[in-house]
Design a protein around this ligand. Structure first.
Ligand code: CDP
Ligand code: MG
Length: 766
């Protein structure tokens, strides 16, 4: 019926959700049906022994304390009040009770493994404790060494002490986590973010000379080794979220273990959520494990009765079902990426709008890595009275970020994961089932403040039989080119016997050597060349670094920097709203220039720059302003690095051939040749690929093209493509292509024997 309002509508909707839920195989929450009980499992999470204590310190309690305080100090301003309340909150964290024991353990041992439930305070508190206990004051013996007898007055002494400050580094696998945690700690310490407490992530440095607590991505600490091989400015290194086992964290393990040996005063803390502690301990020569007992409440786990074909829809239905039938408490939904989050967001907005005031307010908050920071802060703000928050998050909320007040978790059971095919050299992001360990982490998010519920949108059987126990470490499923280049630059030559916690597959290592050899970064003995050393200066994929260095030859460094920056923005530059697709596509096509997509990107950037980086212009031309801003920021950072490789910034905007030759110098590995029926074949592996329909070359079908990346959707597509001439390949990569055979299928040269065919050969040679 079309009745506009009244409760009939709501009932209908409600029933509809029930229907959908039954279809989705979800238990309906009110019912006491026996069958449903069977599909439900209660986890024996440790119940906190001190519920009373915690209850006394939950938010209403704090408000009481604050009110008392207010009476006594009328003049206390908002800011101070907030600071006080933050200090009180700090004392409620599980780690607080163990502060003294933890600090003693750190004093007594050089390396300590710290294991604790997410939200216990590891990331935010440990660096502060270390600071409070004087770990940021410079090492005394160094001070003595440099003491100047002439300069004995107090001021000089004081100044020296300040100069001699030491830093505490805390690594995070994710950018958003580094930023958000730094912001939180700055607030807790009542300092401005970027001064005493700061963060560094790729292309963004929010620190200063005064910084003593530095949160950084693991990749940034890795790069720090290039400028300071013994990391002498740091007194403590915290490798946080170690259980994530990202590529950079794994490589850090080997490096920090090494420097700890010759820097006895350095403290090394390896901190992880749960599970892997013993493995970490073994790797770090049986370092002791410090366990922070968890405060976990029981979490009821629900499974679907049948596999769910559309998990986004099922998640949305479940959110609404919880919202309407369950007592207060926020909801956390795990999705795989920005696109899914935006879809779910739209669906929820649409459905709640239809219901209007018939339901309580539902505040929908997305969180993913490229979300601007002012939006990120919102997820930590408590929902207003009567309203409920639903947080749509990627894996980041699994352990990296703790959001208080979550009572319900919805877990579709998937995440986006990189996989790598060492034979074809193809790296792919695919939506993959999570591991059991991840599923349990996710469920645990519901039981942090009170007993909770977790709705798994998969069956009990799937949990038991289809999920792996643990996630495979990234080092075993990614391209190693970048890391090999970095390690070689650090003077580590033997990468086969490097101290890995889990070694990468031999094939992957070999392919990295081959690619770096082809790019000219390594010589035939796999030693770093001068070019390789310069390439390592850039925090980029080796192919992009090579492109930048090649721009010197073709006198177009300004243009190449712009192109590389535009390619490094993860998001699409072009905005395509669903209701204006035609207009948006026309606007996009208006930017097309001959030669290919890289030149189109350059054109967009230059027009934007000419109009003074205008927001309005972006809006009118269906360009994502945020992505453009990010490109600008990246470009500035890269330009700053050009001094180190001594390349002048030269502009030659009309030199289309030069620009494309520079790109070819970096990406000749990614050449594809037209074969037939719109199909291309990659020259290296004879793989069939297509030009992406969004490319400006889509309808032109040039004979030879170079692509930036391959994406697999329904077919294998080349994204960001330029047209090249085959003769350029000989010019830029004579050691890779055979002179006479450019037009034939076996145009690629064989690699020098010395690079090794088998593991034994490789081991013998290096
Ligand atoms: O690292 P771990 O998971 O052990 O905990 P944490 O990240 O140090 O978080 C400790 C507490 O700080 C949690 O209760 C968080 O909710 C809070 N926190 C916050 O309110 N805002 C942030 N940006 C980060 C943490
Ligand atoms: Mg943490």
């Amino acid at each position: 019926s079309k009745n506009a309002g009244g409760s009939a509508n709501l009932n209908f909707e409600q029933r509809k959700w029930e229907d959908e839920l039954i279809r989705a195989g979800l238990p309906s929450f009110g019912s006491k049906d026996k069958k449903e009980k069977d599909s439900r499992k209660t986890y024996d999470y440790v119940l906190d022994e001190e519920i009373q204590f915690v209850k006394a310190l939950t938010k209403p309690g704090i408000n009481e304390i604050l009110k008392q305080k207010e009476k006594h100090s009328d003049y206390e301003d908002e800011h101070k009040k907030k600071y006080r309340s933050l200090q009180d909150v700090r004392k409620t964290l599980p780690i607080y009770k163990l502060r003294d024991e933890l600090m003693k353990a750190i004093r007594d041992h050089q390396v300590l493994i710290i294991e604790g439930e997410t939200g216990s305070g590891k990331t935010t508190q440990i660096p502060q404790y270390l600071f409070e206990d004087g770990y940021c004051v410079g090492e005394d013996d160094n001070l003595d060494d440099e003491e100047d007898s002439n300069d004995n007055n107090e001021d000089g002494e004081k100044k020296k002490k300040e100069d001699k400050k030491m830093m505490i580094a805390c690594t995070q696998p994710r950018r958003v986590a580094a930023m958000s945690v730094a912001a939180r700690v700055a607030e807790e310490m009542n300092v401005k973010l970027g001064r005493e407490v700061g963060y560094t992530i790729r292309f963004e440095d929010c620190t200063s000379d005064r910084t003593i607590i530095k949160y950084m991505t693991d990749g940034m600490l890795l790069r720090e080794f290039l400028s300071e091989p013994d990391l002498a400015s740091y007194s403590v290194l915290i490798i946080d979220e170690a259980h994530e086992r990202t590529l950079h964290t794994d490589v850090l393990f080997g490096l920090v273990k090494d420097i700890a040996r010759f820097r006895p005063k350095l403290k090394l803390l390896i901190s992880s959520a749960t599970l892997d502690a013993d493995k970490f301990s073994q790797f770090f020569d049986d370092a002791p494990i410090f366990r922070i007992p968890g405060r976990r409440y029981p979490v009821d786990i629900f499974y679907t009765k049948a596999p769910e074909p559309d998990y986004i829809d099922a998640a949305v239905v479940t959110v609404l079902q919880i919202h309407v039938t369950q007592p207060s408490g926020d909801i956390l939904v795990f999705l795989t990426g920005q696109e899914e989050i935006e879809t779910a967001n739209e669906m929820l907005l649409e459905r709640t709008r239809r219901l209007g005031s018939k339901i309580r307010e539902l505040i929908i908050l997305p969180i993913y890595s490229t979300l601007p920071s002012e939006m990120q802060i919102k997820i930590f703000e408590p929902a207003p009275f009567g309203a409920r928050k639903v947080i749509l998050a990627t894996n980041i909320a699994e352990t990296s970020l703790t959001i208080d007040g979550i009572h319900y978790v919805i877990d579709p059971g998937f995440c986006k994961q990189k996989s790598y095919n060492a034979r074809s050299g193809m790296e792919q992001l695919t939506i993959t089932p999570i591991s059991k360990a991840s599923a349990d982490q996710r469920a645990g998010r519901a039981g942090r403040v009170a007993p909770g519920k977790c709705f798994r949108l998969y069956t009990t059987w799937a949990y038991q039989h289809e999920l792996d126990d643990n996630t495979i470490p990234e080092i075993q499923r990614t391209n190693l080119g970048n890391v090999v280049l970095l390690l070689k630059s650090l003077g580590i030559h033997d990468l086969v016997h490097f101290d890995y916690m889990d070694a990468p597959p031999f094939e992957t290592l070999k392919l990295a050597f081959e690619q770096l050899y082809a790019l000219g970064a390594l010589n035939h003995k796999a030693e770093l060349t001068k070019l390789g050393r310069r390439m390592a200066e850039f925090p980029l994929d080796p192919m992009l670094s090579k492109t930048i260095l090649a721009s010197e030859t073709y006198k177009c460094s300004a243009e190449i920097l712009t192109i590389v920056a535009m390619l490094s923005v993860n998001n699409s530059i072009f905005f395509r709203p669903k209701d204006k697709i035609l207009l948006a596509d026309t606007a996009r096509q208006g930017f097309f220039v001959p030669g290919g997509d890289h030149l189109t990107l350059l054109n967009v950037y230059n027009q934007w720059k000419d109009i003074n980086y205008s927001t309005q212009w972006c809006y009118e031309n269906f360009i994502q302003f945020r992505s453009m801003n990010r490109a600008r920021q990246i470009r500035d950072q890269l330009e700053g690095l050009m001094e180190r490789v001594e390349i002048e910034i030269e502009s030659n905007p009309t030199e289309s051939i030069g620009i494309r030759k520079a790109i070819t110098s970096g990406f000749f590995y990614h050449t594809a040749k037209f074969s037939k029926n719109g199909l291309y074949k990659t020259v290296r592996h004879q793989q069939s690929v297509l030009i992406h329909p969004n490319s400006c070359l889509f309808e032109q079908i040039p004979r030879y093209v170079i692509y930036f990346e391959l994406v697999l959707t329904t077919k294998e597509y080349m994204r960001q493509v330029i047209e090249i001439e085959n003769q350029w390949l000989l010019e830029v990569a004579p050691h890779f292509y055979k002179t006479k055979k450019l037009d034939e299928d076996n145009s690629v040269k064989k690699l020098p024997k010395k690079l090794g065919k088998t593991k034994e050969e490789l081991e013998r040679n290096y």
